[in-house]
Design a protein around this ligand. Structure first.
Ligand code: ZN
Ligand code: ZN
Ligand code: FE
Length: 764
């Protein structure tokens, strides 16, 4: 039989995931000659063998790659000449320009779990066990190329046994950069406020303290968590009090799916998300006999995750029930990553600290995801997901290298280069000094990791966003072109880009609902119908502008929006319309005269078409978060959660003017009548959602038909509302429209930078 030669190039996430040993195994199995090596673009293979052997080798290569690999592209060509005589081998890496992917952190694999549970294994109960199929990645990386010297593992020298594994292509730990064992790797200890606690086993001791109702700070993969017994309402409440986290839901970590099923209804899709290597927090429906209400007050879903590091597995195995695992930080600060900061900032909150000496280089908050009708929706991209690239339409391959700076509150940034977009992990609220510093440092790190020199820097239109200011400064320093992008246009483009839409086919109607964003007319927008594509847009319709009475304060205090909405609907005599309702009494306790005056005189009451504020007002009318909301989206989330059934009821009406202004007087008339008639609040919540969804759909259809497009995009933070989106999708699909909602990137401001990049990249 003739011996043929073949060169194969594999691109995507193929480095640092055990790809070369996998190729080596397959090649040896098929008795091929040749070699495999890494270079800047991916993995290069030269293989020689019979045609049958090569064919089956190639098929196996792409069919069943290592668990963390993600092959984006395979190209091959024939090789001329003679086959080499030596056995197939792994050749040294050749580091060219970096285009290979950096892998996200991955939850402990089954083989490593077996190792730590086996008393005969040298890694028995070792909390930092990992291999090429699992373990820390982005969280420990300081530079490229990805090898041990450029990670937080550089200070640990491998012992002989670890080194042997690391150098042996047949071993699961071949070139596993974080490889370690009890003899040579990171160590774990437990502290209290007096310092380290002498104990034989810090994990058992921590479990003991947790059972006693203590709060323990635990250093994880991407940062510290605060943990306590989730079944103990008293300690959960104590954690709320000391952390000053009044209502925002806590996440739960449970030891396995069976334990989660004790307090959640779990679908197959949710089980798959939970057990994936990303191990995100999954929002699941609470069961009736569940955990204390104070874990996720007022909500029908609860965030749950499985152990994602050996430390968690060991700890959960010693406990009888689930743990609260909430980010370890005082209120309004980013998750803590360093031991010293954990000691100082969490004193008074934590009773103990379970710490180790492997540094966290990149803070990664837990990712948050929800299983929806067709595909899961990512609500926050962090640990386990970032920095996996977002694959775009091939037309993006030739756009200039672009850095997009994101928004301000749920900040992320995005590098768009060589046809792929790398979206940073969720970084958070830039108004917090530490978060802003972290954001700037991460931009530097990512530019370095991806060897990216931006030709364009995209920012929000809002000049006061800290992200905009930093972008302007970077543009000055680097000479890159600064491109301001309208906020809701970016929300629309983010969804288009994530759905691989080509620039020439992107004309769509964007129904963009969110809190606030600066419009091109200088006013605050937030309930928008845009017609356009990456290159531009027209504002075709919008919610009626209603006063934001007290500016920022109106965002925190929903009752203010109720007054503003009622004023917009009924004018100065609005109080007559709420007579004989409980609202009349509740509002009597508020300075409504002052608010009315502010609105009438336009003092600190800028008009906004915000959709978020309409939800706040309706929630307040039902007594939800009436005085105050304690976290972004609380009122809207509790309002949606209130819909218990899917009654066959009719929705409330809206007025849509010829100029495309949607106003809510009819809605308020019906809603107040329902309140007067004692209609159940869950039905009122349903009628509001149904009416809104149908009005939005009708308006979108009218604009789309006029413009002769069938594409409709639903984006913006309010579009994380599952009920609203699912009804709109159903209605619009039934009429033949191609409806897109963000799935792989957050619909809220966490996905904004992707849209900014896509728009800026196609600016003339
Ligand atoms: Zn493993
Ligand atoms: Zn070792
Ligand atoms: Fe937004």
């Amino acid at each position: 039989m003739a011996i043929l030669g073949c060169h194969i190039c594999l691109q995507g996430r193929v480095q640092g995931v055990g790809f070369r040993p996998f190729v080596w195994h397959l090649a040896r199995e098929a008795q091929l000659k040749g070699h495999v090596r890494n270079d800047g673009t991916g993995v290069q293979v030269e293989a020689w063998g019979t045609k049958d052997a090569l064919d089956s080798f190639l098929a196996k290569l792409v069919e069943n790659p290592p668990p963390l690999a993600n092959i984006a592209q395979v190209t091959w060509k024939d090789l001329a000449g003679d086959a080499p005589t030596q056995a197939f081998f792994i050749a040294h890496s050749d580091h060219g320009p970096v285009r290979a992917e950096i892998a996200p952190d991955a939850a402990t694999c089954p083989a490593c779990l077996t190792d730590i549970c086996d008393p005969a294994n040298r890694r028995y109960r070792y909390p930092f066990t990992n291999c090429t199929h699992c373990g820390p990645r982005l969280s420990i990386i300081t530079g490229i190329p990805y090898d041990r010297a450029q990670t937080a593992m550089r200070k640990f020298t491998m012992c002989d046994a670890c080194q042997r594994e690391y150098s042996d292509p047949s071993d699961r730990r071949f070139h596993a950069q974080p490889n370690a064992c009890p003899a040579c790797g990171p160590q774990l200890w437990l502290e209290d406020e007096h310092g380290p606690i002498a104990c034989a086993d810090p994990v058992s001791e921590a479990a003991h303290k947790l059972r006693q109702g203590q709060i323990i700070a635990i250093k994880g993969i991407g940062g510290f968590h605060l943990a306590c017994d989730a079944t103990d309402a008293a300690v959960v409440q104590r954690l709320r009090d000391t952390k000053n986290r009044i209502a925002k839901p806590f996440a739960i970590m449970a030891k396995d799916l069976a334990q989660i099923r004790e307090f959640c209804q779990l679908s197959d899709a949710e089980a798959d998300l939970l057990t994936a290597p990303a191990a995100p927090i999954v929002l699941c429906l609470k069961s009736d006999q569940g955990l204390p209400e104070c874990i996720a007050p007022g909500l029908d879903r609860i965030g749950v995750m499985l152990p994602h590091a050996p430390l968690h597995h060991l700890l959960l195995a010693e406990l009888d029930g689930p743990l609260i695992m909430t980010s370890g930080n005082p209120a309004n600060s980013p998750q803590i990553t360093q031991n010293g900061a954990a000691r100082s900032a969490l004193t008074g909150i934590a009773d103990g600290w379970l710490m180790h000496d492997r540094d966290i280089v990149n803070r990664l908050d837990d990712s948050l995801i929800r299983a929806d009708d067709e595909a899961p929706s990512i609500l926050r991209r962090g640990r386990g997901m970032a920095p996996a690239p977002i694959h775009l339409h091939p037309d993006f391959a030739t756009t200039p290298p672009t850095l997009a700076m994101g928004a301000e509150l749920k900040a992320t940034f995005c590098l768009l280069n060589n046809g792929q977009a790398v979206l940073s992990q969720h970084i958070g609220d830039l108004k917090t000094a530490k978060t802003y510093a972290d954001y700037r440092a991460k931009i530097d790190l990512f530019r370095d990791l991806y060897g990216m020199d931006p030709a364009i820097i995209a920012v929000d239109l809002h000049q006061d966003y800290l992200s905009t200011r930093w972008g302007a400064r970077l543009a000055k320093e680097t000479g890159a072109k600064l491109v301001p992008v309208q906020h809701h246009h970016a929300h629309m483009a983010s969804c288009l880009a994530a759905h691989h839409i080509a620039p020439d086919e992107a004309l769509c109607v964007g129904v963009i609902l969110d809190g606030t964003g600066l419009g091109t007319d200088g006013t605050i927008w937030g309930g928008e119908f845009l017609l356009g594509d990456y290159r531009g847009f027209e504002r075709k319709a919008h919610f009626q502008p209603v006063a934001l009475a007290g500016g920022e304060q109106a965002v925190r205090e929903p009752w203010r929006n109720l007054v503003a909405q009622l004023t917009a609907a009924f004018g100065e005599g609005w109080e007559r319309y709420i007579a004989q309702t409980p609202l009349s009494q509740r509002l009597a306790a508020k300075p409504t005269a002052l608010i009315s005056q502010m609105i009438a005189q336009g003092l600190n009451a800028p008009p906004t078409s915000s959709a978020g504020r309409l939800f706040d007002a309706v929630a307040a009318a039902l007594g939800i978060a009436f005085d105050q909301q304690h976290y972004d989206g609380q009122a809207a989330m509790e309002l949606e959660a209130m819909i218990r059934t899917h009654p066959n009821c009719t929705g409330y009406c809206a007025d849509v003017s010829d100029q495309g202004v949607l106003s809510w007087r009819p809605l308020w008339l019906e809603l107040l009548l329902d309140i007067k008639n004692g209609v159940a609040h869950d039905k009122i919540a349903a009628r509001f959602h149904i009416g809104l969804a149908d009005t939005l759909a009708e308006t979108a259809v009218r604009i789309a038909s006029d413009a002769q497009t069938t594409r409709i995009v639903l984006s913006g933070g309010v579009m994380q509302n599952r009920y609203l989106v699912s009804r709109m999708v159903q209605t619009l699909r039934a009429q033949g429209f191609h409806v897109m909602a963000p799935k792989t990137v957050p619909a809220n401001d966490g996905g904004l930078s992707l849209g900014q990049a896509a728009i800026a990249a196609f600016q003339p």
